[in-house]
Design a protein around this ligand. Structure first.
Ligand SMILES: Nc1ncnc2c1ncn2[C@@H]1O[C@H](COP(=O)(O)OP(=O)(O)OP(=O)(O)O)[C@@H](O)[C@H]1O
Ligand SMILES: [Mg+2]
Length: 290
C-alpha cells in the first residue's frame, strides 16, 4: 500500500437523500467519510439498505451531488466544469443490477462498447474483448456472437464484468459481484479478481452484505449501517468485532462463525481466527494434537 499523494477517492461528510423535498424523501446516506488510496482493496460492507449502492452511485456520478463531498484524485467531482469523462475513463463500475449496463444484444459487441466509445483502435478493442471474455470463463470464439438475452443471469453478470474489465480502468468498483453466481462461478471470479488486482495494480472496491468473499479480496473494511460509517479498519481488526457485526446482520465468514461456536467450548480461543487453516490449527492445539 502506498501512501503518497492525494487519496484516489474520498468522501467527505457525504449525505444523500433520494427524492429530497418530497413526501417520499428517503435519507440514504447520513454522514459518510473515508479516503481510499491507490492500490488499496476496500470492502464496503453493511446490511441491506445501509447505503452501499448509493456510495457506488456517487462515484458513478449518477446522483445530483452537492459540491464538497466526493473527490476523485484530489478533485471535487461536483465542481462546475469538472471533466466527468475522466471519472468514467478511470473508475470502472459493475453495478448491482448488471443487466442495466448491458447495451448491445450480442456479447462481443457489448464488451466492445466501452473501448470503442473510448476511441481505441479496432484491433486493440478486439484484443481486449477476447482477453476479458476469456478471463471470465466465457471463451471468446464460443461466446462473442451469442445473444445476451439468451444467457443465464450469472453469465450476463460476467458479460457486464467483462465489459468493465475491457476498459482497463485503474479503479474497479464491484457492487455485490458474487450475487447470482454458483460456488464454482464465485471461486473463479474471486481468483480472477485477486490475479487482476496484482497484475494491473488496481484499486479495488467491493460492496457486499457478506464478509466471506470480501474478506478474501480486501485488506480493509468500511462498515456502513443506516447511512453511516460504523467501523473502518484492516479486515482483521474489523472481524475481531464479530459480535457487533453479527448484531448488524452482516454475514460473517464461515471460519469466523465456526470459531465463535468453538469459543463456547474453548473460551480462550484467540479472537483473531479468519481462515479455515487458522481455525484448524487452533483446534488441533486445543486438542493437544499439535
Ligand atoms: N432510487 C431510489 N429512490 C429512493 N430511495 C432509494 C433509491 N435507491 C435507494 N434508496 C434508499 O436508500 C437507502 C440505501 O439504499 P442502498 O441501495 O444504497 O443500500 P444498499 O446497502 O446498497 O442495500 P442492498 O444491500 O439492498 O443492495 C435505502 O433506504 C433505499 O430504500
Ligand atoms: Mg446495494
Amino acid at each position: 500500500m502506498r501512501s503518497e499523494g492525494p487519496p484516489i477517492l474520498e468522501l467527505r461528510n457525504f449525505r444523500y437523500t433520494y427524492l429530497e423535498g418530497t413526501p417520499r424523501a428517503s435519507e440514504a446516506i447520513r454522514d459518510v467519510s473515508f479516503r481510499i488510496r491507490r492500490g488499496e482493496r476496500v470492502g464496503i460492507v453493511g446490511p441491506t439498505q445501509s447505503g452501499k449502492s448509493t456510495v457506488v452511485d456517487s462515484f458513478a456520478h449518477l446522483l445530483r451531488l452537492k459540491p464538497g463531498q466526493v473527490f476523485y484524485d484530489g478533485e471535487d467531482v461536483a465542481a462546475p466544469g469538472y471533466d466527468r469523462r475522466k471519472l468514467r475513463r478511470e473508475v470502472g463500475i459493475v453495478f448491482q443490477q448488471p443487466d442495466s449496463q448491458i447495451i448491445e444484444d450480442v456479447v462481443g459487441a457489448d464488451v466492445a462498447f466501452g473501448p470503442t466509445a473510448a476511441g481505441l483502435p479496432a484491433e486493440e478493442t478486439r484484443r481486449r474483448v477476447e482477453e476479458s471474455l476469456n478471463a471470465l470463463g466465457l471463451p471468446y470464439p464460443e461466446y462473442r456472437l451469442r445473444y445476451v438475452h439468451a444467457l443465464s443471469g450469472g453469465q450476463r453478470r460476467r458479460v457486464a464484468i467483462a465489459g468493465v474489465l475491457a476498459m482497463h480502468t485503474p479503479v474497479l468498483v464491484l457492487d455485490e459481484p458474487m450475487a447470482g453466481l454458483d460456488p464454482r462461478g464465485r471461486r473463479e471470479l474471486l481468483e480472477l479478481l485477486i490475479r487482476l488486482q496484482k497484475d494491473r495494480d488496481l484499486t479495488l472496491i467491493v460492496c457486499s452484505a457478506s464478509l466471506s468473499d470480501a474478506s478474501l479480496l480486501c485488506d480493509r473494511f468500511v462498515v456502513l449501517d443506516e447511512g453511516r460509517v460504523v467501523m473502518d479498519g484492516p479486515v482483521r481488526e474489523v472481524l475481531r468485532e464479530a459480535d457487533r457485526l453479527a448484531q448488524l446482520d452482516i454475514t460473517l465468514p464461515e471460519p469466523v462463525i465456526g470459531a465463535r461456536e468453538f469459543k463456547k467450548l474453548f473460551p480462550d480461543l484467540p479472537a483473531e481466527i479468519l481462515t479455515e487453516d487458522e481455525l484448524e490449527a487452533e483446534l488441533l492445539k486445543k486438542l493437544g494434537v499439535a
